[in-house]
Write a protein that binds this ligand. Structure first.
Ligand code: HEM
Length: 225
């Protein structure tokens, strides 16, 4: 399925600046803890002169599945069991076993980066591959990476349990307080780029959201501030 949201001026020249908003989110139900072992949403909205342009990314650079119909199974596996009213990790592991492509993202989630130390210390990734067309009509294909300037920091499970018991709003409070105190977090944007020819000849699927592009094979350039 192709989705086209065309803006022409957003990355027009070095030094151009565009206002944006980022919304961090959790899969948690309302009232849940900020300190769960799960993926965080990293949704970026650029307010361009031609209208809004969105990158609905995550703090993990891959996604669970390629086929949108599996959202229903995943969300049900993550929610409470309707019979017991409890979280059901058997349902979660049933999902992973039936959809082995989701294991890649779950390996990230079950690794040390699975509980970021607040939103300021995590990076964001577009996950999807976007088509960029220059003024000569040439296409390039890019994945966007927003790397935290605060440095990556994570919390281990035991510490997360203790912190979460005291302050389930830990990440939200950290972000609010840091901005209120004038310490503004920032992220540097990078693009990982393939030419159209490289995409056509690739020995992997550059549009597969469950996989990374082979590390170091394509340039990952920093967008100048
Ligand atoms: C085809 C697969 C997908 C489906 C069906 C889907 C569905 C949804 C739905 C229904 C919501 C809204 C939830 C709500 O507001 O209650 C949502 C939100 C979101 N999704 Fe997806 N999603 C898919 C793939 C993705 C992918 C690949 C990413 C990351 C690259 C992603 C990132 C997000 C984020 C960050 C939000 C929250 C946006 C916000 O801040 O408001 N989703 N998704």
């Amino acid at each position: 399925m192709t989705s086209r949201n065309i803006v022409k001026k957003l990355f027009q020249h070095i030094g151009k600046s565009t206002p944006l908003a980022i919304r961090f989110s959790l899969l948690q139900e309302r009232g849940g803890t900020d300190l769960g072992r799960e993926v965080r949403g990293y949704a970026v909205k650029f307010y361009t002169e031609e209208g809004n342009w969105d990158i609905v990314g995550c703090n993990i650079p891959v996604y669970f599945y390629k086929d949108g119909q599996y959202i229903v199974g995943l969300i049900h596996a993550l929610k409470r069991n309707p019979v017991t009213g409890l979280r059901d990790y058997n349902a979660l592991f049933d999902f992973i076993l039936h959809r082995p492509e989701s294991l890649h993202e779950f390996l990230w989630i079950f690794s040390d980066i699975g509980i970021p130390d607040g939103y300021r210390h995590m990076s964001g990734f577009s996950v999807h591959t976007y088509e960029l067309v220059n003024e000569h009509g040439e296409s390039h294909f890019a994945r966007f990476h927003f790397i935290t300037d605060q440095g990556i920091k994570n919390i281990l499970s035991q510490q997360a349990l203790q912190l979460g018991a005291r302050d389930p709003d830990y990440a939200t409070r950290d972000l609010y307080n840091s901005i209120a105190n004038g310490s503004f977090p920032s992220w540097t944007m990078y693009i990982e780029v393939m030419t159209k020819e490289q995409v056509e000849k690739a020995d992997f699927d550059p549009f597969d959201v469950t996989s990374l592009w082979p590390k170091g094979r394509y340039p990952c350039a920093r967008l100048e501030k």
